[in-house]
Design a protein around this ligand. Structure first.
Ligand code: NAD
Length: 253
């Protein structure tokens, strides 16, 4: 059995992933801003560094990680940028040496189907995030609505994963993205309660007649970090009950 880091372990998808990993016999190191083995604020550079150092102090190897920590489109814009992109990438890269020492290591980053269902005219904010300039990204985000900053933060982190397939593949670490659709968690509750975004969230087509539950996402994440997924690398697995097909019926990936 392996040792896994799960960020965002205190709630929603991260809590479900932690429970599934634990039930499978793995050791889980939860990282969250509250109620976790490692308590750290991934919105700040100091919090990200502290999180990585705390994990390094607990283990000299990791067999996987599932990075779920994130905030939704109703959060302050700087927190969306700070947690969803920069926090995720800092933990990802900070843990890479521990993962390289693991057995069949594999990582899943939780993205979002917002990357495909959100109409976006200008994606330059994602480019700025990928360039690693957090100050410039925060300045650019300040001019945009929360739903666009959220979608672009998820686009950037998804691209960041895909950009790592060669370097991480060389080290034997598989890395993939799960892109959920609407999932019943406090994050979705906050979106649905928002005066502007609530109606749009509720109007999303639901071909299966329901929103997801955290276990729907955890099951796919567990498969992706398992040896059964040994040839899945750099994939973006959409788990949204079919909503993306309604938005983009002729897209083939
Ligand atoms: P959630 O609010 O239940 O869980 C998010 C977790 O992240 C919480 O435990 C929270 O404390 C933690 N977190 C937030 N800010 C943090 C910070 N600064 N530092 C450390 N931890 C922090 O929401 P969820 O729906 O389970 O979200 C998990 C992931 O799934 C997020 O990345 C989210 O963007 C993504 N997602 C969710 C949905 C949805 O509809 N719920 C859809 C698509 C993608």
């Amino acid at each position: 059995m392996g040792t896994f880091v799960v960020t965002g372990s205190a709630s929603g998808i991260g809590a479900a992933v932690s429970r599934h990993l634990g039930e499978a016999g793995h050791t889980v190191v939860g990282v969250d801003i509250r109620d976790a083995d490692v308590t750290a604020d991934l919105a700040s550079p100091a919090g990200r560094e502290a999180a990585v150092h705390a994990v390094q102090a607990m283990t000299d190897r990791l067999d996987g990680a599932v990075l779920c920590a994130g905030v939704g489109p109703t959060a302050p814009l700087d927190v969306i940028v700070g947690v969803n992109h920069f926090g995720t990438v800092a933990v990802l890269d900070g843990l890479e040496p521990l993962l390289a020492a693991g057995t069949d290591p594999a990582v899943v980053v939780i993205g979002s189907h917002a990357t495909t269902v959100t109409p976006l005219e200008d994606t330059s904010l994602a480019d700025t995030m990928l360039a690693g300039d957090e100050d410039a990204a925060l300045a650019a985000a300040a001019a945009l609505p929360g739903f666009a900053v959220y979608a672009l933060s998820k686009q950037a982190v998804t691209r960041a994963v895909r950009h790592r397939v060669t370097a991480w593949g060389d080290k034997g670490i598989r890395i993939n993205v799960v892109a959920p659709g609407p999932v019943a968690t406090p994050l979705l509750d906050a979106t649905r309660e928002d005066a502007l975004l609530g109606a749009a969230a509720d109007a999303l087509p639901k071909p299966l007649g329901r929103v997801g539950v955290p276990d729907d996402i955890a099951a796919v994440a567990l498969f992706l970090v398992s040896r059964a997924a040994g040839y899945v690398h750099g994939a973006v697995v959409v788990v949204d009950g079919g909503t993306d097909c309604i938005a983009r019926p002729d897209a083939v990936c």
